[in-house]
Write a protein that binds this ligand. Structure first.
Ligand code: CUA
Length: 318
């Protein structure tokens, strides 16, 4: 993606990019011209009217007004500002009103990665795969702090908030890979919150869509994914993995353990018990603990649940 190296801006790889850039260059070059007029005017006049040697100190003439000039420097900037406003507002509307057709993809930002949920249930992490020449609407929310979804090549940047949906859309015009950055400082891992938009020709996208290789079928074992989820989902705030009791029971050597509950019942911890404890934490309370755990029903998908269970199983003594 280096074809535009002479330009000030990254490659234009979406339908909106040329609009944004043209406006940018208009403002940039207009600013440059005004800058030149003011700066060179300043230099020229201070030279032209400098005090010369042997010249007596004179008061300046009584000219304090030039109506023509004042009209000029009022009207010209006003016109420029109106042009920028109308042009910018039109582009703003185009950028912010997604077309009705196209694919809707749910974007979830989390410390510190991007998750993309497709309408057919496929989930991708940090890799957004889309067809070329198709409007893509991104419905975005965050699971923790404010992030910002930024694809420089598309000129798309939108904040991703924890308490509401924000929307962005684009239509890619260049196949290939385009960087995604997080553009809002969101903590320690902010600079590593990177992703890629992979733009495929339409046919290749259909093939990809029908293929089975989900992002999760990569080589990462389930329990390793679970270890990450354990932290992402905040489990570690109340559950230790080192044997020390905290707000909730420790996860160390929990699997296979005989657990007794406040209602008098007992159970040997298995996969289903773990699953139930995550989704319905209030159903049985382990002796010695308070019923304070919130349910993760709806906050965690099946895959994440699988991964968490695998991870908890793997936390053994020794
Ligand atoms: Cu997410 Cu910075």
């Amino acid at each position: 993606m280096m074809q535009n190296q002479k330009s000030l801006l990254p490659p234009q790889s979406s339908t909106i990019a040329p609009d944004v850039d043209t406006l940018f260059y208009f403002i940039f070059y207009t600013g440059l011209v005004i800058f030149a007029i003011v700066l060179f005017g300043l230099i020229f006049f201070s030279f032209r009217y400098r005090r010369r040697k042997g010249q007596p100190l004179e008061l300046t003439s009584g000219v304090d007004k030039n109506t023509k000039l004042e009209w000029l420097w009022t009207i010209i900037p006003t016109i420029l500002v109106i042009i920028v406003f109308v042009w910018g507002f039109k582009t703003f509307l185009k950028m912010n009103i997604p077309p009705r057709d196209g694919i809707v993809i749910k974007v979830t930002a989390k410390k510190w990665f991007w998750m993309f949920d497709y309408p057919d249930g496929r989930t991708m992490i940090n890799d957004l795969v889309v067809p070329i020449d198709t409007p893509i609407k991104l419905l975005m929310s965050s699971e923790d702090v404010i992030h910002s979804f930024f694809v420089p090549n598309f000129r798309v940047k939108m904040d991703v908030l924890p308490n509401r949906y924000t929307v962005a859309w684009f239509e890619a015009t260049a196949a290939g890979r385009h960087d995604i950055f997080c553009a809002e400082y969101c903590g320690e891992g902010h600079s590593k919150m990177l992703g890629t938009v992979t733009v495929l020709p339409k046919l290749e996208f259909l093939v990809w869509k029908d293929s089975e290789n989900n992002a999760f079928s990569d080589a990462t074992p389930l329990d390793e994914q679970g270890a990450k989820i354990f932290i992402q989902k905040g489990c570690n705030a109340c559950h230790t993995v080192n044997g020390k009791p905290s707000i909730g029971p420790t996860m160390l050597a929990l699997f296979d353990k005989m657990e007794s509950f406040t209602n008098g019942s007992k159970i040997q911890v298995d996969e289903n018990y773990l699953r139930k404890s995550i989704l319905e934490p209030q159903s049985e309370i382990v002796n010695g603990y308070q019923p304070v755990m919130p349910t993760y029903q709806g906050l965690i998908n099946n895959r994440e649940l699988d991964a968490l269970v695998a991870y908890i199983k793997s936390i053994k003594d020794n």
